[in-house]
Design a protein around this ligand. Structure first.
Ligand SMILES: [Zn+2]
Length: 688
C-alpha cells in the first residue's frame, strides 16, 4: 500500500526542513495566522510528552484553538519516526512509515489510512504556514493513546495499538480456479502508477478480492473508462500525479446499478493511445499497459509554395509545437516515443526551412527543430499517428517596422478604433501583446516580422478568437503608444522612461535554479518573490510605474537584471533574505548599497535610497536595526548605474525572524514599508 502512495505523490511534493529548536517561555505570546486572519494568542505553553519524554517544539508550538489542542504534525510525526510529505497541488499531507501511510487533506474531515477512508471530528488546519492536527484526529489517524493532563497542560502520547497493515496481495504460482463471485462487495483500494514518465507505462488497479466482472466503456479516444461491478472504492477521487505523459489523471466515482455498487475508474489520456488491459492471475489486479509509439518516418519535402515535414509513427504522437527565436525555429516535441529514424535530416531543395535536427531532448521527449527563414509561417496537424507541418511564406502585408524609431506602422486600409485596443504587458515573459478587436487577417495577413535590434526580437501577427493579436517579442522592456496618423496607425515601442515619470525595477532575488539561502523551513527565493509581488501590488495607482525582473520561479541572470535597470528604470530595489548559517542568534534588517561613480548629492543616490528604505522597514517591521551597509562585491549593485539597493529583509536562520516573515500578513507589512520608501524616494528627490 504505502509504496503505491509514495510513488503516486513523490514527484509533486515539496519538503520543508526544520533546522533549529527553540525553547519557549512558559507563556506563549504570538500571532496565529489561520482562516485568512491574524489571531493574537496569549496563553500558557502546552507541553507534549512522547512515552514520558518531553518534546521540544520547533518554530510552531502546540496551541489551543477554540478549546481544542492542536499539534504541529511534522513535529509529532518526526518524533514517532515517520516521514512527512506535503503535496501542494492537492493540499494533502502524508505521514508514513514502513507500516502505514496516512493522508490528510487540509480542511477535510476525511483522512485516508492505508488506502481506507476514516473520518475525524475536526479537520487538519494550517497555522502560521504549519500543518496542525487536533489531538483527537492524530490519535485516530496514527492509532496512538493520547491523554490530556490538564493541571500540567501536557499532551501525553504513547504508542498504542499498532496500526493495521493491509494484507499484501500475493500472486499465486498457479492460477486459482475462479469460484462463484461473492456477494460481498469487493474493495478497490489501490492505484499504482509508473515510477516516472520514462518508466514503462503500466497502471494497476487493485482490489482486496478477485475482480470477476468489469466492463470497458467506450466514451471517446481521450479516456479509458472501467466499470467494476459489485465494488466500492477507497481511492482518492482524483489522482493527478500519474508520473505519465500518457495518463494525465485517474478519477473514480461510485454509482449504483440495480442495487449493485459499481466503481467507475476513468483514465484521462493525453490523446488516443494504444493499450492492453489484462488481469493478474489472482484477478485482484487490472493492469493497463500503454505501448510507446515508434517513429518510423520523418521526411522533409518542398511542395512549391511550402516546405512540408511529415512524421509517421506506429501510434498517436501527442506532439507539442512551439517556436524559438534567434534564430527563428519551430520546435516539435513528442513525448514518450521511440525513434528508428536517424538524426540527420537534409534540407536540400527546401525553400523556407534552412536547417533541421532531431534527437532526444530529454530522457523521454523526442525533439525536431526546424530553423526557418525570415517571414515564414507554419501550421500543423496530427491524424492517425501522422504529423504534418507546413512552412510557407508569411502573408504579412500593409505593415512595416522602422528599426530606428521602433515604430510599427499599420497602413490605414481599414479603420481601427484605437481606444478599443487591449494591452497585455508580459515583460517578465519577454513579450507584450496588443489585441485589436476584430479580424484583420484580410488586411495585414499573419506571420512573423523579424527585427533583431536592441529593442525588438520579432513581431508576430495572428488571429485568435476573432481578434487580431500583435505580439511584440522584446529584447528590452517597452511601453507601447498607439496613435493615428495620416499614414495609418503607429505603434511605438517606447522606453518606459519616455512614458512614465517614475519607474522602479523590482527584483525578487535569486529564483529558479538558484534558491538563495534557507532556514527554518523557508527558502529565500520564494519569500523574496512573495514580498516583491506584494510590493508591486502596493504600488498600483501610486504614480510609480513598476517593472519586475521576475514574477515566477525563474532565474534571470544578475547581469541582465542590472542591465534592465539601467535601460528602463530610475531605481532598482532588490528583495533578499539573510542568513548567518548555523548562528541562529543573528537577526534583523539591513539595506545594502554601493556608491556609483555617476552619483552626486543633487539627486537621489544609492546611499540616500538605502537610508530611506532602512528607516521605513525598521519602523514598520520592528526588527533589529542593522543599518545600511556599503557592499562592493554584489553584481546587482556594481552593475547598475541608476540608484540601486538590496534589502536583506531579515534572517531566515533566526527562528524569531523566520516565523515573522513566514506569515503572509507580515509580508504585507514589509511590502507596504518598501512601497512607501520607494514613493518617498521618488517624491522627495530628483531622480533624473
Ligand atoms: Zn539573497
Amino acid at each position: 500500500m504505502k509504496v503505491g502512495f509514495k510513488r503516486l505523490f513523490l514527484s509533486a511534493i515539496a519538503i520543508g526542513m526544520m533546522m533549529t529548536n527553540v525553547t519557549y517561555a512558559k507563556k506563549i505570546n504570538m500571532n496565529l495566522f489561520y482562516d485568512g486572519k491574524n489571531h493574537p494568542y496569549n496563553a500558557s505553553e502546552v507541553k507534549i510528552n512522547i512515552d514520558g519524554k518531553e518534546l521540544q517544539p520547533e518554530d510552531m508550538p502546540p496551541v489551543i484553538i477554540d478549546g481544542r489542542t492542536v499539534l504541529p504534525m511534522r513535529l509529532i510525526a518526526k518524533a514517532l519516526g515517520c516521514e512527512v510529505l506535503w503535496n501542494e497541488e492537492t493540499k494533502q499531507a502524508f505521514v508514513m512509515n514502513d507500516d502505514f501511510t496516512v493522508a490528510f487533506t487540509l480542511g477535510s474531515k476525511k483522512g485516508i489510512k492505508n488506502g481506507k477512508e476514516f473520518t475525524m471530528d475536526v479537520p487538519a488546519m494550517v497555522v502560521n504556514d504549519r500543518t496542525m492536527l487536533p489531538v483527537r484526529a492524530l490519535a485516530q489517524a496514527l492509532d496512538l493513546d493520547i491523554t490530556w493532563d490538564d493541571p500540567n497542560r501536557t499532551v501525553n502520547i504513547g504508542a498504542g495499538a499498532s496500526p493495521t497493515t493491509p494484507t499484501t496481495p500475493t500472486t499465486p504460482t498457479t492460477p486459482t480456479t475462479p469460484t462463484t463471485p461473492t456477494t460481498q462487495a469487493i474493495k478497490v483500494f489501490q492505484a499504482s502508477v509508473p515510477t516516472s514518465t520514462t518508466a514503462s507505462q503500466v497502471f494497476t488497479i487493485e482490489a482486496d478480492q478477485a475482480i470477476y466482472s468489469y466492463d470497458e466503456i467506450y466514451v471517446d479516444d481521450g479516456r479509458i473508462v472501467l466499470d467494476i461491478q459489485n465494488a466500492t472504492s477507497s481511492l482518492s477521487e482524483k489522482i493527478t500525479a500519474t508520473n505519465s505523459n500518457i495518463v494525465t489523471a485517474i478519477r473514480t466515482a461510485q454509482h449504483d446499478s440495480n442495487g449493485i455498487p459499481v466503481t467507475r475508474i476513468v483514465f484521462d489520456l493525453s490523446g488516443k493511445k494504444t493499450k492492453t488491459i489484462t488481469q493478474s492471475a489472482d484477478k485482484k489486479k487490472i493492469i493497463i499497459t500503454f505501448e510507446q509509439p515508434v517513429i518510423d518516418e520523418i521526411s522533409l519535402s518542398n511542395r512549391g509554395d511550402m516546405d512540408k515535414l511529415v512524421v509517421g509513427a506506429s501510434g498517436s504522437l501527442g506532439a507539442k509545437v512551439s517556436t524559438l527565436s534567434n534564430p527563428q525555429r519551430i520546435v516539435v516535441d513528442i513525448p514518450n516515443v521511440q525513434s528508428k529514424v536517424e538524426n540527420e535530416l537534409s534540407t536540400k531543395g527546401l525553400s523556407y526551412i534552412n536547417a533541421a535536427r532531431t534527437g532526444m531532448y530529454d530522457a523521454n521527449t523526442f525533439r525536431i527543430v526546424l530553423e526557418v527563414g525570415q517571414l515564414t509561417d507554419f501550421s500543423w496537424k496530427e491524424e492517425n499517428g501522422e504529423l504534418t507541418l507546413e512552412v510557407r511564406k508569411s502573408t504579412l502585408e500593409n505593415l512595416s517596422y522602422d528599426s530606428t524609431s521602433n515604430i510599427l506602422t499599420l497602413e490605414n486600409v481599414k479603420s481601427i478604433d484605437i481606444d478599443d485596443i487591449r494591452k497585455n504587458d508580459r515583460h517578465t515573459e519577454g513579450y507584450y501583446e496588443l489585441t485589436l478587436p476584430g479580424n484583420y487577417e484580410s488586411v495585414y495577413g499573419y506571420g512573423t516580422l523579424k527585427i533583431g535590434n536592441d529593442v525588438m526580437n520579432n513581431i508576430i501577427v495572428s488571429t485568435t478568437g476573432g481578434d487580431t493579436v500583435i505580439r511584440f517579442n522584446q529584447n528590452r522592456y517597452s511601453e507601447y503608444v498607439v496613435k493615428e496618423t495620416k499614414n495609418g496607425y503607429e505603434i511605438a515601442a517606447k522606453n518606459p522612461k519616455d512614458v512614465y515619470n517614475k519607474v522602479v525595477l523590482l527584483d525578487a532575488g535569486h529564483g529558479g535554479k538558484d534558491p538563495g539561502t534557507n532556514g527554518n523551513g523557508l527558502v529565500e527565493k520564494n519569500i523574496a518573490l512573495s514580498v516583491a509581488l506584494k510590493v508591486q501590488k502596493c504600488l498600483e495607482n501610486s504614480g510609480v510605474k513598476v517593472y519586475m525582473t521576475r514574477d515566477s520561479d525563474v532565474y534571470p541572470e544578475n547581469s541582465l537584471r542590472a542591465k534592465t535597470a539601467n535601460q528602463i528604470a530610475d531605481l532598482m530595489v532588490s528583495v533578499h533574505l539573510n542568513s548567518a548559517g548555523s548562528n541562529t542568534t543573528a537577526n534583523g534588517t539591513e539595506t545594502l548599497y554601493q556608491v556609483h561613480s555617476n552619483e552626486n548629492g543633487s539627486k537621489l543616490t544609492s546611499l540616500k535610497a538605502a537610508e530611506i528604505m532602512q528607516s521605513n522597514l525598521i519602523q514598520a517591521f520592528g526588527t533589529t536595526n542593522r543599518g545600511v551597509k556599503r557592499r562592493t562585491d554584489l553584481l546587482i549593485l556594481n552593475g547598475t548605474t541608476v540608484p540601486a539597493i538590496l534589502v536583506e529583509t531579515c534572517f531566515l536562520s533566526n527562528p524569531g525572524d523566520a516565523i515573522k516573515i513566514s506569515s503572509s500578513t507580515n509580508q504585507d507589512i514589509v511590502a507596504m514599508a518598501i512601497a512607501k520608501a520607494i514613493t518617498e524616494m521618488m517624491d522627495d528627490y530628483t531622480i533624473r
